[in-house]
Write a protein that binds this ligand. Sequence first.
Ligand SMILES: [Mg+2]
Length: 136
Amino acid sequence: MDIGTYQKWVRDFDRERGWDLCLPAEVFVHFLEEAGEIARLVLALEGYREVTPAEAEELRPRLAEEIADAITFLIKLAYLYEVDVAGGLARNMAKCGGRYPSAEAPGAVLTYLRRHREELEQFLRQYRERFGEETE
Ligand SMILES: [Mg+2]
């Protein structure tokens, strides 16, 4: 499905229900609510939050659902301001292609990984100073 078709469907769906009369600020807060739901699932997928095996089975399908919810609220915000999402995405593709040439990306990723490795090694040193050597 193309994004323009989805944007039109959302606008028509909302108009039939009067939901196009909601304030953009409240639509944006709903988007943030959905972003929070995505955050909880990402924390679970990363192992930061413990989940039961049954919950673990549902994490990815629920993530897909929450991402769709979040995108839908952004699309609602776009139509309330008469913003063409498909056009914006096309311009973004051109902007990103110019700003982040693929030849330079691996070096930037390596810098990013090394910085986080240094941060994690620093946290491990601090852990050992407080609690002794890790036992695992
Ligand atoms: Mg949701």
